[in-house]
Structure formats: structure tokens, C-alpha cells
Design a protein around this ligand. Structure first.
Ligand SMILES: [Zn+2]
Ligand SMILES: [Zn+2]
Length: 381
């Protein structure tokens, strides 16, 4: 393994990043991405771990078995046609790294290189998790099912973020993202001629009343100092002008910060839908999907990361958002820290004009590397 200076490594990582960006792959289909990550790690003589998953790469660095910590980067892209105009734009029609996961991959590869240099001196072991399928909220659970979190004491990750200077690192203890739940509701009545509503049970007024009533959960039930969102995003009923339909449908999502609010909104949602529909003689069937919990950064580890990170990069207080990341699934099992690193851009993720500056990659690599060393030193007994 030839020794690269930090500047040479950065150049190499940018080349890798541009390649990942040009050939993005959707969640659960990261086949070429997986093969490329493996090939790079193998060329550096890093041990690849067995897996039952078809995509994603798991690897280990360190000669000691304990303590074991994990570093995670997500690797999937989005079904978006790129319009960023960068020279390394996507060559795959309709697919784009519009969430910047290509920068996460490159940063974790960089950390792997740096940590491998002094492998024998590491006071523990580091597991590298190149996670599949973050965008469809399935990847972290697949990784956990595959046993990749077994014996891991703590986990570290980051997401690039716009509206922050490139390389500035955002940290915050506690909850920083939303829990994400989903619902689908079918309102069933009795269809009839539009001229004779008395012969049927029209679900459309019930649909309107239910949507209005649901808006009062956040405004009338929630403590104003707590965060929660109820969004109805898709409504459907009827298909012509002179027929009252049999059924009406709506779906949407609930986002919450803390666990108690999550329970409270779910309970009020069921009551509101059931009784509002019942008042109009309509049957309501609710399908509720409990999604990922909130990202919840461990206070002690966040303080450690803060202390270590300040030595090499500017930091800022991360802003909490009700968006989600399946990194939260790991934190539901073991303590972890999920940071943000400024990407120097102004366009939000999941937008065709999204741009993340290459300069964040080497900062991300050092963020992983330096904090991994610090965690191993602190967690060693
Ligand atoms: Zn995303
Ligand atoms: Zn993302």
C-alpha cells in the first residue's frame, strides 16, 4: 500500500467521488457501487466481511477485537434527472446522487485509508458500514438483520448539508430529526346518484371534515413548545360529476421529535378519523405504518466528538429538522452520533440542481478517522 499524503489522498477521493456521481444507482440496486467500493478496499488490503445482502459493503480495520465501533456511510441515489450542470454530472438517465451520498462514500473510503495506515496501533476495531438503501428507509434495518451491528459499541455518521460553509461540522446532542410515520385511510359509504344523496352515504363530506379535523391535532392538542407535523399529501374520491362515490381515500405522514408526542398524535389521529367519519355514517379503515424513530445523538459521545472535531474543523450547532434518516435505526440499538457537514451549496437535497462541494470529502474523511481513534481510546478498558 503506497503511502499517500493527505493532499494526494484528497485528489484520489475526489476522483472516486466523481465516478460514483456519474454512475448513481437507486436504493437496493447499488450493484456497481458495491463492486467499486469493494475493489478499492481490497486494493488497500482492508478485510471485507461476509454478508447475505446483495448490495452494501462491510469491512473491518484493527487487530484488536475490542472495543468495536462502526462508521457508516449511505451509498444510494435518487430517481431524479440531474440538472446541476457539474462537469461530472450523472450519465444514468433519471438517476442522480441528489442527496450527496457519493460524498459520504468517498469520505468513508478516505477514513479507511487513513486508519489502515496505522492498523496495528489502533486500540480496538473499526467496522466500516457502506449502507445500501437509505432513501427507501430499508437499508439500516437490513444491515441490522444481517448482523453487522453485533458487538458494536457505538456508531458514527454524517450527512452533508446545504446552507453551511463547506467543511463546517454541525453537532448537537439529543434529538435532531423526526420520527417518520405513514398512514392510509379509506372512507367507505354507499354510492348513489348525485341527485339523490339520501339514497346513499356520501364519503366526500366525511373526507373534507376528516381532513379539517386532523389539522386540529397539532394546533389544539400539542404542547406549543413541542414539534409535530400532520401532512395529508394525497386525496382521491370519485371520478365523474353525477355519481356520489362509494369510497374516498387519503394518505400522508406524521413527523414528530419526541416519543411521547409521537404516541399522542397517533392516538388522536385514530380517534379523530374514526369519530369524524362515524358522525357522517361513514366507515373508516386506517392503515398505520410506524416508520423510523428520531435521530437521537448520545450526549457523552457528542461531547467527545465536539472536543475532537474542534481541533481540525469549524463547528456549529446543528439545527433540528423533522426530516428523517434511517441512521436512527442504529441509534435505537446502540449509542451514536450523526453530524452534519456543510456542502457549500444553497440548494436542498433531493433537488435536480443539488450540488455538494468536493472539499467536504477530506473533512468528512478526517471527521471519521479522528473521531474513530478518539472513541477507541476512550472506550478501551
Ligand atoms: Zn436523501
Ligand atoms: Zn441522504
Amino acid at each position: 500500500m503506497s503511502h499517500l499524503s493527505l493532499a494526494e489522498l484528497e485528489k484520489q477521493l475526489i476522483t472516486y467521488r466523481h465516478d460514483f456521481h456519474e454512475y448513481p444507482e437507486l436504493a437496493n440496486h447499488e450493484f456497481k457501487t458495491t463492486a467499486k467500493i469493494k475493489a478499492i478496499l481490497e486494493a488497500w488490503h482492508i478485510k471485507i466481511l461476509p454478508t447475505k445482502l446483495k448490495t452494501g459493503v462491510f469491512a473491518e480495520i484493527g487487530l484488536k477485537t475490542k472495543p468495536l465501533i462502526a462508521l457508516r456511510a449511505d451509498i444510494d441515489a435518487l430517481p431524479i434527472t440531474e440538472a446541476s450542470g457539474v462537469s461530472f454530472s450523472s450519465k444514468v438517465p433519471g438517476v442522480m446522487h441528489a442527496c450527496g451520498h457519493d460524498t459520504h462514500i468517498a469520505a468513508l473510503l478516505g477514513a479507511a485509508y487513513l486508519l489502515k495506515q496505522e492498523e496495528a496501533a489502533l486500540p480496538g476495531k473499526i467496522r466500516l458500514i457502506f449502507q445500501l438503501s437509505e432513501e427507501d428507509q430499508e437499508g439500516a434495518l437490513q444491515v441490522i438483520d444481517d448482523g453487522q451491528l453485533t458487538d458494536v459499541k457505538a456508531i458514527l455518521g454524517f450527512h452533508n448539508t446545504p446552507q453551511q460553509p463547506v467543511g463546517a461540522i454541525g453537532l448537537k446532542a439529543g434529538i435532531t430529526s423526526g420520527a417518520i410515520d405513514k398512514f392510509k385511510v379509506t372512507l367507505s359509504g354507499v354510492g348513489t346518484h348525485a341527485s339523490a344523496p339520501q339514497n346513499g352515504k356520501d364519503p366526500i363530506p366525511a373526507l373534507g371534515a376528516t381532513i379539517s379535523a386532523l389539522q386540529t391535532i397539532v394546533s389544539r392538542n400539542l404542547d406549543p413548545f413541542k414539534a409535530g407535523v400532520v401532512s395529508i399529501t394525497h386525496v382521491n374520491a370519485g371520478n365523474t360529476w353525477n355519481v356520489l362515490p362509494e369510497k374516498a381515500f387519503f394518505e400522508g405522514t406524521v413527523r414528530t421529535a419526541d416519543k411521547e408526542v409521537r404516541k399522542q398524535i397517533k392516538q388522536r389521529f385514530f380517534e379523530t378519523v374514526k369519530y369524524t367519519a362515524k358522525a357522517q355514517q361513514i366507515q373508516a379503515d386506517i392503515d398505520w405504518y410506524d416508520g423510523d424513530p428520531s435521530v437521537d445523538n448520545d450526549a457523552k459521545l457528542t461531547a467527545l466528538v465536539q472536543d475532537e472535531t474542534e481541533k481540525f474543523a469549524p463547528t456549529y450547532v446543528q439545527q433540528s429538522k423533522l426530516g428523517s434518516d434511517d441512521f436512527a435505526c442504529y441509534q435505537a440499538l446502540i449509542p451514536g452520533v450523526y453530524a452534519n457537514i456543510g456542502n457549500g451549496g444553497s440548494v436542498s437535497a433531493h433537488n435536480p440542481h443539488f450540488i455538494a462541494d468536493d472539499k467536504l470529502i477530506i473533512v468528512g474523511a478526517q471527521f471519521f478517522e479522528k473521531n474513530a481513534r478518539r472513541w477507541l481510546a476512550e472506550l478501551a478498558d
